[in-house]
Design a protein around this ligand. Structure first.
Ligand code: ADP
Length: 266
C-alpha cells in the first residue's frame, strides 16, 4: 500500500449496522465476490461502503455514475502533457492496480456499453482490458467491485441487464428501523433524541403515503438535513418544510398533505 494513500479512510465513519450486512460484506470480500447494494436513495449505502473500507483497511475509490459516463472515464485515456502523450489511469484502473474497493454509485445511470467493461472484472477472470494500450490487467487480490442500485427507479430503460446483475452478491438496504434511525438522525444531525424521533415519526408517515403520488419516501439523508437546520435554530416546521416537503415534491396537493403531517407533530 502506498504511504499517505489519499483513498484510505483514516478515521472510523459512524455506521450503525441494521442487519447482517457487515459479516456478509466481509464474507464477500474474503471470497472476492463483487457486491451490489440495493436500496432507496439516502438510506446509508455510501456510508456503509466507507465504513467497510475503513474496517477492511482498503482504499476506496468512488465514481458517481451518470448517463455521459464513458468507458474511458473509468479506464483512462492518453493526455497531451508538454508535447508528450501520456497515459493517465481512470478510477477503475487505479482501483484494480491498487487493490482498492471501487464503488460505482447509481450504476444504472451509466451507459450500457460502459457497464460492460466491468464484466471481465466481476467474474472469475478478474481482469480489466485496456484496449487503447493493448493491455490486460489482472486485478490486485484486494480489488473489490461494489455497485449501488436503486430498484425504485426501475424502468424498462433504466434497469440493470441480467448479464450485469447476475455477477453480484446483493445486500438489500432500506430505511433503518425507527429506533435506529432516530439514533442516526440525533448523532449525525447533532440534535436531541426527542426531536430526532419526531423527525423519524414524520418520515414514517411520509413513507406510508408513498403509493399516493410520491415516487420515493423521505430519506434518512433528508431527515439529517432537517435536523441540521433545527440545530441552527430553525423551527421544526420550517426545517421540515425546507428539508423534507419541498425537496420531495412539486405537487401542490401532496405538499398540502405533507404540511398537515408536519402540523400533526408540532
Ligand atoms: P445512499 O448512499 O444510500 O444514497 P448515504 O450513505 O449517503 O445514502 O446516507 C445518507 C446519510 O444518512 C449518511 O451521510 C449518514 O449520515 C446517514 N446514514 C444512513 N444510514 C446510516 C447508518 N446505518 N449509520 C450511520 N449513518 C447513516
Amino acid at each position: 500500500m502506498l504511504p499517505n494513500n489519499p483513498y484510505m479512510i483514516d478515521s472510523e465513519p459512524f455506521y450503525l449496522n441494521t442487519g447482517d450486512e457487515i459479516p456478509m460484506f466481509e464474507a464477500a470480500a474474503a471470497a472476492r465476490l463483487p457486491v451490489m447494494l440495493k436500496g432507496p436513495t439516502g438510506c446509508g449505502k455510501t456510508r456503509f461502503v466507507e465504513y467497510m473500507a475503513y474496517r477492511l483497511k482498503r482504499p476506496l475509490i468512488t465514481v458517481a455514475c451518470h448517463e455521459d459516463l464513458f468507458a474511458s472515464d473509468l479506464i483512462g485515456r492518453y493526455l497531451l502533457k508538454n508535447d508528450e502523450t501520456v497515459w493517465v489511469d481512470g478510477p477503475l484502473t487505479r482501483a484494480v492496480r491498487m487493490g482498492a474497493i471501487c464503488y460505482l454509485d447509481e450504476v444504472v445511470e451509466a451507459r450500457k456499453d460502459t457497464t460492460v467493461v466491468i464484466h471481465p472484472l466481476t467474474d472469475n477472470r478478474r481482469v480489466l482490458s485496456i484496449d487503447k494500450k493493448g493491455e490486460v490487467l489482472c486485478a490486485h487480490p484486494d480489488f473489490l467491485m461494489v455497485i449501488s442500485y436503486n430498484p425504485g427507479y426501475q424502468s424498462v430503460l433504466k434497469d440493470l441487464k441480467q448479464s450485469t446483475r447476475q455477477r453480484f452478491v446483493a445486500l438489500t438496504f432500506n430505511y433503518p428501523e425507527p429506533k435506529e434511525e432516530s439514533r442516526i438522525v440525533a448523532t449525525e444531525g447533532g440534535i436531541d433524541a426527542d426531536t430526532a424521533s419526531r423527525l423519524v415519526t414524520l418520515a414514517g408517515k411520509i413513507r406510508n403515503i408513498r403509493e399516493h403520488g410520491l415516487t420515493e419516501g423521505a430519506s434518512t439523508r433528508l431527515l439529517i438535513y432537517a435536523a441540521n437546520l433545527v440545530g441552527q435554530g430553525v423551527t421544526f416546521k420550517a426545517a421540515c418544510t425546507a428539508a423534507l416537503l419541498q425537496p420531495l415534491t412539486d405537487d401542490d396537493r401532496i405538499q398540502e398533505t405533507l404540511s398537515d403531517l408536519i402540523d400533526d407533530l408540532l
